[in-house]
Design a protein around this ligand. Structure first.
Ligand SMILES: [Zn+2]
Ligand SMILES: [Zn+2]
Ligand SMILES: [Zn+2]
Ligand SMILES: [Zn+2]
Ligand SMILES: [Zn+2]
Ligand SMILES: [Zn+2]
Ligand SMILES: [Zn+2]
Length: 1754
């Protein structure tokens, strides 16, 4: 397709913009513009869009040949000038209308938004008043626009500052009038023609032809596309594999096609002759139609058609752009698009009706055109709303039978229209909107109706249509949200139309009333679990609408009456005919409905009954009652019939409690669970209780109770003879439970009044009560509390308004959430029988309340609180208290309590009866206080054989033996006393006397109270005493100092006495050493072991990982471990090897057995389970048997080094540093040669014999130099045990393998190097961690960390013992060769530069290799065997080596120092010798190296810079030598004290005056030779790679913004880097380097070693050497990745004002960065704990049975 520009231009028909426009103008005059335009397009569109130009070129051509001429024509002049002129005439807009991209943040104000769909864009939000209100943040799913400026969306503050400027100016002016007449005409013509063209081309459905008007002359060429379309049925993977087969493309290509199909809705997968395309189509269809599924949609389309359709999409963009230029053009476009044409539909209607025929991107683009057109223009929006509603049924049906997601359907625009209250009210009143919506839904319901006319869902119903139809229910809710708030908004049309809609609603509810009825299984278990979810799903989706219907009905008297009558009528028609039977209890006889819940069907779905209850409680507001003539219908249900269904549900639940429905399986239990669940109970359980309360207020109390008893099957239980044994014990237990449940229901009916309309309460009171009862269970974080409260249709719980009143928010102490605690005074409102408690809530709250009371020294009774008053309509419920049946039941339970033996008694019954009596007494007090003599409970209770007498007799009854119930009884009796006292009736005198006889009961409880108070006082005294003791001790501390010893600490003290100024190295090495032996206990066999050379080898569980944490150059990665030479670690530390350990030790045999077991077990596990494991045995991973810490190797414990040697004789050696350096220099120079391999010169490194060296030295010096390498080997000190050697080899191998990512190779010369490096790197990372925390290097490390470092250092020192001696020597020479650049330069071209080497890694390696430099033996003799005698233990060699390396490091610092420009010259005068000398060295070093000394530092500046820059090195060195030599560190290094530098120098035997380092002759000339070397000079002048500067910056994770919405906003701007300008679905930021990635998406998948990986995993591989830490912005969570198969999520470090994080952004509260949490996350990374954290999380999750996530795809 590569055609040159010229070639294409040559093929173009001649084009001249001027003449073209001229032609168009003429055609326009003639009224033939359409034909002319189409002719132009038919010529040019194929040239622009059918040639496969690149994007940029295509755009340029499109503009030149197609769009610019159109604009020019439209404007009649230069478009840019004309549009500007027009724009200036616009009234500034008050509406923002910003259209949201996917993932863009949106803000809704919880105080001011009319509903949660009203949102602001970030710019408007930040300029609005809502910023300071309670707001919710969320991310847009794409589509939708900013509501700023729309007065209907906001209760207050509808405009932000930016858009306020617009204001009311010219709001009523017709913007079209602003357009010049001629321009208006041409613009109209262009709009109409372009839109018509768009509609024509998009709806054209013949793939192999074009509309006639677009036909070119001649036949169409044989160029076709095989176009694959998107559906929501086939998976990505299916499409990819099908494509690979059908068109034989690569996996990558297939992924690309599938990605395009998914994003855009279609993709051309093959281009070519028709036959080929048809064949591909057939294969694809065949491959995807197996297993009876619908095949993928494929069409063969002609090249020309595809080109025109591409052009059409551009046209949509263009139109959108043009109409946004001015209000006039927009209005003009809208009006034209909605104008009826061809006598039928408008173009707009054609477009929306064709919606489901279009592919995805064509749909979304046309919706955007609508949104930026009609929806932005209030006038047009109204017209559009009417059109939309008119076609709503058609569009909805199209949507239901379509398979695309709702958000790409034009019907999803409903939210933009129906949520505008004025529009919605208009549509309801004039277009019957409610019925229109419901009719569509009802039509779908018809298919689900069973023969009884009820909805019936099938298990695993495959058809999606019902689910899709459910979207209409959202529309219903939106429409209902517009309930008039002002009486003036009510019109008769609105009422009539609403009622019409309401009738449709009743039709729907009628189909639900009685659905999914259950029948008790008695003989066998149900074979299949009956389906129940469908019904509950529907219930949930309808819930808000039901609430809103209730709101409408209760806001208008006329509606209330009509709705009530309609509901009653419908209920009547649902009624079943029932037989009656007569029943008698306590002398009262009543005719009861004969329906046995335990034998006949019962349904939990009763929406009509419940709706009646909802509106019934509003009757009184309009002066209506059950019997009001206005409410009379011909046939209505009586109260008994009304309550029957609700009562059955209560009985069903009671029977389930009693175990009678066990055979009905989980389906029933689930139904009951959801019936009570906070999401459903408002419209289910609560309404049933109200219905029972309605019946209780309307029926005769005795009748009501007998109906209840009958339904519960408890009539027999009320008879005294029931207690006589009959032998049916099983049945009896059921009855006992049923009786308890019956009494509980009675309590609920009497006590629950927190519903406005039932009791004298407000909605706020109700919410408060819910909160109180939740907090009685336990203190709760905000989120948990919010979840426990029901939401209104706007998803608000009302929590925030009242919570502060009843609870105190306690800030979190350390981590975790803050919690609300109930304020003390509200505990008095606790009801143990609160009807929203589950059984477990109930027992938890009881327990909590009792223990709280105990602590306060109160008694254990949990009496009822005083309830609010009933509303007048419900007050008759109180008649129950004095009814015969009621008192009979109470009395019966009490007499059974007293009976010596009663088979049907239970304490729970007794407790409930006491509670009910308590409630009665509360009412009695209330009646007495208000002088209401009609309430007779006390009178009846205290009468002869009254219950008071029974209660008194129970006081000492042995059946009442539990403290809490005794206390409750005492409370009831006291309450009786109070009531009698208040009643002041003569008869009550006797009663008071008799109560007094129970005096000892009262004293008993009082005694207890006293005892409790005494106990409390005692505790207080004790506390006081202990405080006094402590104070005394503190005041007299010197007296107590010696007497008060801590038993644990004294034991080892004498050994570890830290010396004030101990020295680790050289002849002055201190003798104070750490313990001489290591004692450890094996965690597997529990045996203790002392680590010596001969003991059984001990190992430490450890984890080795590659690390980039310390990297100073994030663009550098370890590409190929096989070819990397690790000996000279790069100064930028780009890749290191880190070892960590949990600190647990084992015998090596114990560990090997343990590990072998794991391997065997893992091998037996089926492969498919293996990848979900938190460890991978193939990578040698295992979990520490004690702490389950992730490990992949073990470190052997080498004994303390000096203990393995006799006292080193060479301590007597005296050799000045300068002389030593001379010897080393000579050795180095003489050990390096070159050899030629294939024409290239390579270095040959072979130590020159010491004899030759010493010959070159002065005799006295030579002898001493030689002595340094003469070791006293002692056969008895021997070598390592077999076990230890084996473990040493293993660890060395593992470090090599994991550190380089290579295969094991024990003979590789790099094996020992990796051990040294890992030792150095681990020390450096500890040092950086301590530094960044401001801690000293000793004293802050834990025992575990110290023991790890010790093991690492000792191991690094001894690795030379098991490696080939020659290798070690060679490494030593290689290290030394770095210091003789001039010599090396003369031999080979490439020479390592000492500026690029990390000196601490160098130091460790040099220290470890130096002892073997001259162990070659005397000339001619065999080399002496390496023995432990040659281990470095801080002798002279070590001291000088450190000094040498330190000098190199200082030279590095000097050469890379950017001196600040001179400021304080006067400091110079006072400079001490050290400074002056140092400055001299600085000058000479830099001039030797060819650096200009333009900016000279002052002495003081230089000195303090060198100290600061070398401090990290010295700190590392101190840690290193401490573990190498065992010399205890001085106390001054435990904390970071002043002059840390000086203390370090002292400990390391370095001169405090660093200028002295440069004093020696040999030193001076050596340093000079470095600086003058070509290598160093070239390096300094090279600019491509920056030089490392010291001190290194300690890198942290990237800085995150304080406000989380900034991140969301940023992420919404991010587009997938691979698919041009496309949104990324899971934008994910690397917290290490800040890169933004397109994670979890096919578009950005790549391949690593044969595994398909997502962008995050790929990035992890490079950026973090296998460990990654990311922020997933949309989910608000941290992602940790390790390797390709493991990962975990953590909450992002952002908290809302309740101290809670919000994973998944579900709560939507504003989130701010929590520094502490981010620090913790930082630590995970910085301390190399990513693999550990993941392993622990995965362990937990696999225990919890979480789904496995394919981490590699993230
Ligand atoms: Zn906005
Ligand atoms: Zn605004
Ligand atoms: Zn607000
Ligand atoms: Zn053991
Ligand atoms: Zn452990
Ligand atoms: Zn991507
Ligand atoms: Zn990164």
């Amino acid at each position: 397709m590569a055609q040159s520009n010229k070639a294409i231009l040559a093929q173009l028909p001649s084009f001249n913009e001027e003449t073209t426009i001229d032609e168009w103008l003429k055609a326009y005059e003639r009224g033939e513009l359409e034909r002319t335009l189409r002719c132009h397009w038919s010529q040019f569109v194929p040239l622009v869009f059918a040639r496969g130009h690149d994007v940029e070129k295509e755009q340029r051509y499109a503009n030149t040949f197609l769009f610019h001429p159109l604009e020019q024509f439209l404007c009649g002049g230069d478009p840019s000038i004309k549009f500007q002129e027009l724009k200036e005439m616009d009234a500034p807009s008050q509406i923002c209308g910003h259209v949201f991209r996917t993932g863009e943040p949106t803000y809704s104000c919880r105080d001011c938004a009319n509903d949660p769909t009203c949102v602001l864009c970030i710019n408007c939000f930040q300029k609005s008043k809502h910023k300071n209100h309670k707001y919710r943040m969320s991310t847009s799913g794409g589509g939708g626009y900013c509501d700023c400026g729309d007065p209907e969306a906001w209760k207050t503050e509808p405009v932000c500052e930016t858009h306020r400027a617009g204001g009311a100016l010219g709001a009523d002016r017709d913007p079209v009038a602003n357009l010049p007449v001629d321009l208006k005409g041409r613009a109209g013509a262009v709009f109409e023609n372009v839109l018509r063209f768009i509609v024509d081309m998009l709806t054209w459905n013949k793939g192999n032809s074009l509309p006639e008007s677009m036909q070119l002359e001649g036949d169409l060429s044989d160029e076709y596309h095989c176009m694959l379309f998107n559906d929501e049925v086939h998976t990505y993977d299916q499409v990819i594999s099908t494509l690979q087969r059908a068109i034989e493309c690569s996996n990558r290509q297939a992924i690309d096609f599938a990605t395009i199909v998914d994003r855009e809705g279609r993709s051309s997968v093959r281009q070519g002759p028709n036959a080929q395309c048809v064949k591909a189509k057939e294969v694809i269809e065949r491959c995807t139609s197996r297993h009876g599924s619908k095949p993928l949609k494929v069409e063969v389309m002609h090249n020309m058609l595809v080109a025109h359709q591409t052009f059409v999409l551009r046209c949509i963009d263009w139109l959108q752009n043009i109409i946004n230029k001015t209000d006039g053009l927009r209005r003009l476009f809208c009006l034209l698009s909605m104008r009826e044409i061809d006598g039928g539909l408008s173009l707009m209607e054609k477009l929306i009706l064709a919606d489901t025929q279009l592919w995805k991107v064509a749909r979304t683009m046309s919706h955007q055109l609508l949104m930026s057109g009609v929806l932005k223009d209030p006038e047009c929006k109204k017209q559009f709303a009417v059109i939309f509603t008119k076609h709503y049924p058609q569009m909805s049906e199209d949507f239901i039978s379509d398979d695309h997601d709702h958000d790409v359907s034009v019907s999803s625009l409903s939210v933009q229209i129906f949520t505008v209250p004025s529009l919605a009210r208009m549509l309801i009143a004039e277009q019957d909107l409610i019925s229109v919506i419901l009719k569509v839904f009802l039509k779908t319901c018809q298919e689900k109706k069973n023969d009884k006319g009820k909805l019936s869902f099938e298990r695993n119903d495959r058809s999606a249509s019902f689910k899709r139809a459910s979207y209409m229910l959202y529309d219903l809710k939106y429409a209902l949200l517009c309930k008039p708030s002002d009486p003036s908004e009510w019109t008769d049309a609105l009422r009539t139309s609403f009622l019409k809609g309401f009738m449709s609603m009743l039709t729907l509810l009628k189909m639900m009333q009685g659905m999914d009825a259950v029948t008790r299984q008695t003989s066998q278990h149900l074979e299949f679990e009956p389906e129940w979810e469908g019904a509950f799903n529907l219930q949930l989706k309808l819930e808000d609408s039901i609430v809103l219907f209730t709101d409408w009905c209760s806001s208008d008297r006329y509606l209330l009456i009509e709705a009530y009558k309609e509901t009653m009528d419908n209920l009547y028609h649902c009624r079943e005919k029932m037989d009656k039977e007569k029943l008698t209890v306590a002398g009262h006889t009543v005719k009861c409905q004969k329906h046995d819940v335990a034998a006949q069907p019962v349904s939990i779905h009763l929406p009509i009954t419940r709706f009646l209850a909802s509106i019934y409680i509003h009757l009184a507001e309009y002066g209506l009652r059950f019997d009001s003539p206005e409410l009379m219908v011909r046939k209505r249900l009586e109260p008994v019939e009304l309550m029957e269904p609700a009562l059955r549900v209560q009985v069903l639940i009671a029977q389930t409690q009693a175990g009678m429905w066990r055979r009905n399986g989980f389906s029933l239990l689930n139904q009951i669970y959801f019936y009570h669940n906070v999401r459903c109970r408002e419209e289910m359980y609560n309404k049933d209780i109200i219905m029972l309360q309605i019946a209780a207020s309307l029926l005769e109390p005795d009748d009501f109770l007998i109906h209840l008893l009958n339904k519960y099957g408890l009539v027999a239980w009320t008879k005294p003879e029931y207690d006589n044994p009959t032998g049916q014990e099983d049945y009896l237990r059921q009855t006992v439970t049923l009786a308890e449940e019956f009494l509980t229901l009675l309590i609920i009916i009497l006590e629950e009044r927190y519903v406005p309309g039932v009791g004298e309460v407000t909605q706020k009171d109700a919410v408060k009560r819910e909160i109180i009862h939740q907090l009685c269970i336990s203190a709760m974080p905000h989120s948990k509390l919010a979840k426990a409260l029901p939401e209104d249709p706007n998803h608000e719980t009302g929590l925030e308004e009242v919570v502060e009143e009843v609870a105190t928010f306690k800030k979190p102490t350390a981590g975790g959430n803050g919690k609300y605690e109930l304020k003390d005074q509200y505990y008095a409102e606790y009801c143990p029988f609160f009807y929203h408690y589950s059984k477990s809530d109930q027992s938890k709250s009881e327990e909590a309340e009792r223990s709280r009371k105990k602590q306060n020294g109160e008694d254990q009774a949990l009496p009822p609180p005083v309830p609010p008053k009933f509303k007048v309509a419900f007050k008759p419920i109180l008649r129950l208290f004095s009814s015969d049946v009621f008192l009979h039941v109470l009395s019966m339970v009490l007499s059974r309590t007293a009976a010596a033996r009663s088979r049907s008694w239970s304490e729970a019954q007794f407790e409930r009866v006491l509670y009910i009596i308590g409630l009665g007494l509360h009412e009695q007090m209330e009646a007495l206080e208000s002088h209401d003599s009609s309430f007779q409970f006390l009178q009846r209770a205290t009468g002869e054989k009254g219950i008071l007498g029974q209660l008194e007799s129970l006081v000492h009854n042995t059946n009442v033996n539990q403290e809490p119930i005794k206390d409750l009884l005492a409370w009831v009796l006291r309450k009786f006393g109070e009531a009698l006292h208040l009643s002041d009736e003569p008869s009550s005198k006797d009663q008071l006397d008799s109560l007094a006889k129970c005096a000892d009961l009262r004293t008993q409880s009082e005694r207890k109270k006293k005892a409790a108070i005494a106990a409390k006082r005692r505790a207080k005294v004790m506390a006081q005493m202990s405080k006094m003791q402590k104070d005394f001790i503190a005041e007299n501390s010197e007296l107590f100092e010696n007497t008060h010893t801590d038993p644990g600490s004294a034991v080892d003290m004498d050994v570890n006495e830290p010396n004030a100024d101990s020295v680790a190295l050289g002849p002055k090495q201190s003798r104070s050493k750490v313990a001489n032996s290591i004692n450890v206990t094996c965690i597997l066999c529990q045996e203790e072991e002392v680590v010596t050379l001969t003991s059984r080898a001990m190992v430490l569980a450890a984890y080795v990982q590659m690390s980039t944490v310390l990297s100073q150059n994030r663009s550098k990665h370890l590409a190929n471990g096989e070819q990397y030479d690790p000996l000279l670690m790069s100064a930028d530390l780009f890749n290191g090897t880190h070892t960590s350990s949990c600190g647990h030790c084992m015998h090596h045999e114990c560990w090997q057995r343990f590990f072998q077991n794991i391997v065997n077990k893992e091998r037996r596990r089926p492969v498919r389970f293996r990848h979900s494991s938190s460890y991978d045995v193939d990578k040698m991973e295992y979990l520490c048997p004690l702490c389950e810490g992730l490990s992949n190797t073990v470190i052997p414990f080498v004994p303390i080094l000096p203990t393995m040697q006799r006292d080193s004789e060479n301590k007597g050696v005296s050799l000045e540093f300068d002389d030593w350096l001379d010897g080393i220099h000579k050795t180095a120079v003489n050990s390096v040669q070159n050899k030629e391999i294939k024409g290239d010169f390579h270095l040959m490194l072979q130590p020159c014999p010491i004899s030759s060296i010493s010959r070159m030295m002065a005799e006295s010096v030579a002898r001493n130099f030689q002595l340094l390498w003469e070791y006293v080997s002692d056969d008895s000190s021997g070598s390592f045990s077999e076990g230890l050697r084996e473990m040493m080899q293993k660890y060395a191998r593992d470090v090599y393998v994991f550190g380089l990512g290579v295969k094991p190779d024990d003979d590789n010369s790099r094996v020992p190097v990796m051990s040294w490096n890992s030792c150095a790197f681990t020390i450096m990372s500890f040092e950086q961690d301590l530094s960044s925390e401001g801690q000293g290097i000793f004293g802050s490390l834990t025992e575990r960390q110290s023991s790890l470092l010790g093991a690492l250092v000792r191991f690094a020192a001894t690795i030379g013992q098991i490696a080939a001696a020659d290798t070690i020597r060679e490494h030593c020479v290689k290290l030394l060769s770095l210091l003789i650049p001039e010599k090396v330069e003369s031999l080979v071209f490439d020479c390592d530069c000492l500026l690029d080497v990390d000196m601490f890694h160098f130091l460790v390696a040099l220290t470890m290799t130096l002892p073997s430099l001259h162990t070659e033996g005397s000339e001619g003799q065999a080399p002496a065997p390496t023995t432990v005698a040659s281990l470095p233990t801080g002798g002279l060699n070590d001291q000088h080596a450190l000094m040498l390396v330190f000098i190199v490091h200082i030279v590095q610092v000097i050469l890379t120092y950017d001196a600040p420009s001179q400021e304080s010259m006067d400091m110079e005068a006072e400079a001490e010798t050290e400074g002056r000398m140092l400055l001299a060295a600085y000058v000479s070093v830099r001039s030797d190296a060819g650096l200009e000394c333009s900016a000279m530092p002052s002495c003081w500046q230089l000195l303090s810079h060198i100290r600061e820059a070398t401090l990290p090195f010295l700190r590392c060195a101190a840690l290193f030598y401490h573990h190498l030599t065992g010399v205890v560190a001085p106390i001054s290094l435990h904390d970071r004290e002043t002059d840390e530098f000086g203390h370090l120098c002292n400990y390391l035997a370095l001169p405090k005056d660093i200028s002295l380092l440069f004093a020696g002759q040999h030193t001076k000339s050596l340093v000079k030779s470095w600086c003058c070397s070509r290598t160093v000079r070239d390096r300094l002048s090279a600019t491509n790679t920056p030089l490392m500067k010291y001190p290194r910056t300690v890198h942290r994770l990237i800085t995150l913004p304080k406000d989380y919405s900034e991140l969301i906003n940023e992420a919404s701007q991010f587009t997938c880097p691979k698919s041009e300008a496309d949104d990324s679905r899971a934008p994910t930021r690397c917290l290490v380097c800040g890169a933004m990635l397109c994670s979890q998406s096919y578009c950005c998948q790549t391949d690593i070693e044969g595994t398909t990986v997502g962008a995050a995993t790929q990035h992890t591989d490079a950026c973090g050497a296998g460990n990654g830490i990311f922020l997933r912005v949309r989910d608000c969570q941290i992602l940790l990745l390790s390797g390709k198969a493991k990962g975990c999520f953590l909450p992002a470090p952002y908290l809302d004002s309740y101290g809670e994080s919000d994973q998944g952004l579900r709560r939507g509260n504003p989130l701010t960065l929590c520094k502490d949490q981010y620090d913790n996350i930082q630590k995970i990374w910085f301390q190399h704990n990513i693999p550990q954290t993941i392993a622990r999380n995965m362990n937990q999750e696999s225990n919890n049975g979480f789904l496995t996530i394919e981490w590699n795809h993230l």
